[in-house]
Design a protein around this ligand. Structure first.
Ligand code: ATP
Ligand code: MG
Length: 372
């Protein structure tokens, strides 16, 4: 392990490099052998060459190992065995025996070195493959993340467009109700009043006139709830006060509304978003909170506007809040819709809820360049 850390890529060196380095090491080994005590001459001719062969087998593999072993025997005989510079040594049998012994020792060393080199090479190849797979995987994850982000953006755009269309539909339907059905009912009531004046004791006429009056009020209420005309004409504060008053009467929940002193009119889209959030928050309080009272606050701070709706009910279940954090995949459209509307306008949407009640808090920038 330690040698791999120091020479991690040696076994993968190119063929030429492996031979060159092995030959260089042999030259160094011969040099060192030459520097040793001259009295060693003839006694231990292969001592340093042996080390060079081990290195060449480990580093270069089988062929550089064999080359260095053979060259090592020849060079050692040439330089360190009497007579020097001759390959015909004195005491040939003895020298031959030690040479054979040297070669025989080199064979397993070369085999082990080659096996080691191959296994290192395979490990390096596996590591390369792993690195390649990793980088492929990372590229794929990045691609998928980008695709997911694009489709999320598409979904966000779609849901914002749907909410816009819903607002437009509500506005149109509200006007239709008011201008056609409302007017027809008014005319019918007028006609009935005339008939009633002629027959003041007719009970059926009196009852019908009362029913028509109720139908007129109901039509107006539905029309105004769909899209309060006050919102466009008088602004958010008037529409909110009107809505809160009507809601309190209908629901029996005590709701107070407080408006900051310098609260001014805002772009139509901002006022509409805040009004829809107020509507949905109060509807949720009526449906789920089991609260006897609630508070609405409208205020402004520098270029931001703040809407807070607080109730003192039982609070939103923790799992619903958690689900909302995870994009609200399996819940109603009320709370996620509020958040989408606010995000769309560059605002901030927060919910704090526990068993003492719920606070919906919305901060929206008011765009001075886009007056209502
Ligand atoms: N003020 C509140 N107090 C207690 N629980 C609430 C309150 N507001 C919302 N919830 C809980 O959060 C859930 C999700 O509300 P949300 O408005 O998103 O959907 P919904 O009202 O169920 O359906 P939709 O608004 O689409 O008609 C509700 O089902 C309810 O359990
Ligand atoms: Mg709801």
């Amino acid at each position: 392990m330690a040698s791999e850390a120091f020479f991690p890529d040696l076994s993968l060196a190119s063929g030429l490099k492996r031979y060159s380095v092995s030959l260089l090491v042999l030259a160094v080994a011969l040099g060192i052998r030459a520097l040793l005590d001259p009295s060693w001459v003839s006694h231990t001719p292969y001592v340093t060459v042996f080390a060079a062969t081990i290195f060449a087998s480990w580093y270069g593999g089988i062929w550089p190992g064999i080359l260095i072993a053979v060259l090592g025997v020849l060079a050692s005989n040439l330089f360190f065995v009497y007579p020097l510079y001759s390959l015909r040594p004195y005491g040939r049998a003895e020298v031959l025996a030690s040479g054979i012994l040297y070669i025989a020792t080199c064979v397993p060393i070369i085999a082990i070195g080659e096996a080691n080199r191959r296994s290192t090479q395979r490990r390096c190849e596996a590591q390369d493959l792993l690195r390649q797979c990793n980088s492929d995987l990372e590229t794929r994850v990045q691609q998928r993340t980008a695709e997911l982000e694009t489709s999320n953006q598409g979904l966000r755009k779609l849901s914002s467009r749907l909410m816009q269309l819903q607002d437009e539909e509500r506005r149109k339907f509200s006007r239709e109700l008011h201008d056609s059905l409302g007017q027809i009912l008014v005319m019918a009531k007028l006609n009935l009043s005339k008939l009633f004046q002629k027959n003041p004791h007719d009970k059926l006429l009196a009852e019908t006139e009362k029913l028509l009056e109720e139908a007129l009020v109901e039509t107006r209420t539905i029309s105004h709830l769909l899209h309060p005309p006050l919102l466009d004409e008088m602004g958010l504060v008037s529409a909110a006060k009107w809505y809160v008053k009507g809601f309190a009467q209908r629901s029996g929940i005590q709701v107070s509304i407080e408006v900051g002193h310098d609260f001014a009119r805002m772009p139509r889209s901002t006022e509409l978003v805040l009004f829809r959030i107020l509507q949905e928050s109060l509807t949720n309080i009526y449906k789920y909170a089991n609260a006897s009272r609630a508070e609405v606050f409208l205020g402004s701070k520098s270029s931001d506007v703040l809407l807070q709706v607080r109730d003192y009910g039982k609070g939103i279940p923790p799992e619903t809040l958690e689900s909302l954090q995870c994009q609200g995949a399996d819940m109603g459209v009320g709370l996620p819709g509020m958040r989408e509307r606010v995000n769309e306008q560059g605002g901030r949407f927060e919910i704090h809820s526990d068993d003492t009640g719920t606070l919906i808090s919305v901060t929206m920038p008011t765009d001075e360049r886009n007056p209502c």
